[in-house]
Design a protein around this ligand. Structure first.
Ligand code: FAD
Length: 670
């Protein structure tokens, strides 16, 4: 399939849909004849389900949690971007467009990103109208903060709970439609396959996670908003349940998988503490507004800090290396995540890591506490030279801004970050790759759509902070509900799709067979045993720095691990009950296939771009020495992989990226 033919290049927002067809659907009576399945009720799926129902479609929505309110989106802390220019700092649609394309290291589609920037401001209005309690300034206007990779302040936030508050907004909108009978909600239902009839997506097979019952559900179109696949690394900041199964099943049914190797490793996470850990915790990027990142300049101080004969707060300023401020004077601590993560790794690899494992750097709030404290004392007419008072006032300001994050850190690490710098290290956080979609967000399977983190659409090789929520809600509230009409207008008179066809039967039987295999296989090892091994291969050989040798080894090691999994996996319990191990087994089986495709994609991309860093593609001299080196001549394309059986057989299709409004150049944050 020629992918490029379906993509308008450049900012052509008026080409969103084919209005000639769409016009049939303006009549609400026609929409009442159309069923849409939405799998996933996080920010992307939840907002889409609510809007589709509002427009008049009959929606069936599915999630595997006990409530849409528990989607992984609830974890988002820092904020959501929008080009409102409330700070009067020169922000604009164009600037958000530009920052996002540059931030993604020129590996995203201009047209999509421009549309995203255009609708960003509407999202804030929509959410405010829903009652989302965004932070406000003293005068009552919505407040903003800055995130990495930009020099303006455009991030809207609700303390450290932005995702939760936005999700409650989408959930309330959904609930209204559930009440009206326009959405039928299926909690605790896991989608295990897409059903295609005559080449079109016409339904899904689900498992009721409480009873084990396998169900068939039909519709005229299927929308996946099923989140990202960072848990292929086992340890990540994602919710424990986040998985690739829905996307992978869609891939196996013909949806191309794009740029699987584009992964975001977030620089500010609590470092790994041991082998028994199953989850990593993010310290929001918003902390880089006020926290300064450093390691000691001298080895003797590193050692003293590690063996606790020196407290970090007692190390003299001159003996500290604020390496981001040193290397990137223009953006300092607010460089994009991929740049900050690599810089932390570089210092730790050079031996300057400050914890016992040598994999941690400091995030220090002492200067901000001083600065805010002095200002507060001045405002209150108090003594600015009273050190204890200034510290107390400064800590209060920091507490108001980041209190819940500081509390979380203290609970996990048992250190008080108001008085000693936090220790942080990069961790897997977000996946820019995902199901390939065209400009209307349709996959290569007609009638199958993909939105939010599950698709690949807008972030290129690196997502900027606070842009995931923006993309998820743009897709859900403002793009998909309108573009899908183009496709559905052909189905006005189709009538209900029957579920007793051979296609549904075959898909259901395949699902049942696999589940039966798991509960009857007499293996020796738990699902987690294999997942942890996969995670180690991914982190060590397909993680923050990649090379040909490591990637080639990873491919054969994952293949071997997959064989071992199918031979030796042990799943206790039965099919007909709540069985979390059984659910996990299916998800890890899919991760074991995705992992190999991921490594294959990373091996194919012989350049460094964004989160994909190849050790053999580095600038060797000049001002950019040591930085990632892109190869625009040979790799300015989206890799879209077609399923052909084993991941090693997957076929690469290239969507060439054209840059008409933004000049392709070396990304510099110096
Ligand atoms: C700790 C953390 C903090 C973050 N902070 C920010 C931030 O401040 N700003 C920002 O912009 N981004 C942030 N992000 C990223 C952002 O939260 C996510 O990218 C975004 O919430 C994803 O939304 P989504 O709707 O696409 O998917 P999700 O919220 O992951 O929802 C997926 C949905 O799909 C369902 N699902 C999945 N598979 C199946 C299946 N097989 N069957 C049925 N249902 C299924 C789930 O039940 C769920 O409802 C953060 C991420 C993390 C990990």
């Amino acid at each position: 399939m020629a992918l490029d033919s379906k993509i308008p290049q450049g900012p052509i927002a008026d080409k969103w849909t084919n209005y000639k067809n769409h016009i049939d659907l303006v009549n609400p009576a026609n929409k009442r004849n159309i069923d849409v399945i939405v799998v996933g009720t996080g920010l992307a799926g939840g907002s889409a389900a609510a809007t589709l129902a509002e427009l008049g479609y009959n929606v069936k929505a599915f999630c595997f949690q006990d409530s849409p309110r528990r989607a992984h989106s609830i974890a988002a802390q820092g904020g959501i971007n929008a080009a409102k220019n409330y700070q009067g700092d020169g922000d604009s649609t164009y600037r958000l467009f530009y920052d996002t394309v540059k931030g993604g290291d020129y590996r995203s589609r201009e047209a999509n990103v421009y549309r995203l920037a255009e609708v960003s401001a509407n999202i804030i209005d929509q959410c405010v109208a829903q009652g989302v309690p965004f932070a406000r300034e003293y005068g009552g206007l919505l407040d903003n903060r800055s995130f990495g990779g930009v020099l303006v302040s455009r991030t809207f936030y609700a303390a450290g709970q932005t995702g939760q508050q936005l999700l409650l907004g989408a959930y309330s909108a959904m609930n209204r439609q559930i009440g009206r009978g326009k959405i039928k909600m299926y909690n605790r239902h896991e989608m295990l396959d897409v059903v295609k009839v005559d080449g079109k997506a016409r339904g899904i097979i689900t498992r009721n996670l409480i009873t084990g019952e396998i169900e068939r559900h039909s519709a005229h179109a299927v929308v996946l908003g099923t989140g990202g696949y960072g848990n292929v690394f086992f340890l990540s900041t994602n919710a424990m349940g986040s998985n690739v199964t829905a996307a992978w099943k869609a891939h196996k049914r013909g949806a191309y998988f794009a740029n699987p190797c584009y992964t975001q490793i977030h620089p500010t996470c609590i470092p790994v503490s041991g082998d028994h850990q199953s989850k990593l915790t993010l310290m929001s990027e918003s902390l880089r507004n006020d926290g300064r990142i450093w390691v000691p300049k001298h080895m003797k101080d590193v050692e003293a800090i590690r063996n606790r004969t020196l407290m970090p707060k007692d190390l003299a300023e001159d003996d500290r290396d604020y390496y981001l401020e040193r290397r990137y004077p223009a953006f300092g601590n607010l460089v994009p995540r991929d740049v900050a993560s690599r810089a932390a790794k570089e210092r730790c690899d050079a031996g300057f890591g400050v914890n016992a494992t040598g994999e941690a750097v400091f995030l220090d709030f002492a200067s901000a506490i001083q600065r805010y404290g002095k200002e507060a004392a001045h405002v209150k007419g108090l003594d600015e030279n009273d050190a204890a008072l200034v510290k107390k006032l400064g800590q209060e300001v920091i507490k108001n801004k980041y209190g819940n994050l500081f509390q979380m850190y203290e609970k996990i690490v048992d250190q008080d970050p108001y008085n000693t710098p936090m220790m942080i290290y990069p961790a897997v956080h977000y996946t820019m790759g995902g199901i390939w979609v065209d400009y209307n967000l349709m996959t290569t399977v007609p009638g199958l759509y993909c939105i939010g983190e599950a698709n690949f659409s807008d972030h290129g090789a690196n997502r900027l902070g606070a842009s995931a929520l923006m993309q998820g809600l743009a897709d859900g509230y403002f793009v998909l509900p309108y573009t899908i009409g183009d496709y559905l207008s052909d189905d006005i008179r189709t009538g209900t799709i029957p579920t007793d066809s051979k296609e549904f039967e075959e898909a259901e039987n395949e699902v049942k067979e696999k589940l039966n295999f798991f509960v009857t296989n007499k293996g020796k090892h738990s699902v987690d045993y294999f997942h942890k091994k996969l995670g180690k291969i991914m982190w060590n050989k397909v993680g923050m720095a990649r090379n040909v040798k490591g990637l080639t080894e990873a491919i054969s090691e994952i293949k071997a691990l997959r064989t071992a999994f199918w031979k030796d996996v042990k799943v206790p319990g039965t099919n007909e009950e709540y069985n979390e191990e059984l659910a996990k087994a299916g998800r890890v089986a899919d991760f074991l296939e995705l992992g190999e495709l991921f490594a294959k994609d990373a091996l194919n991309r012989e350049e460094s771009c964004g989160g994909h860093f190849r050790e053999d593609a580095v600038e060797l001299d000049g001002e950019q020495k040591g930085e990632a080196k892109r190869d625009d001549e040979n790799f300015a394309y989206v890799s879209a992989w077609e399923y052909k059986g084993e991941p090693s057989d997957a076929v690469l299709h290239k969507e060439q990226l054209e840059f008409k409004d933004i000049e392709l150049k070396q990304r510099s944050y110096k």
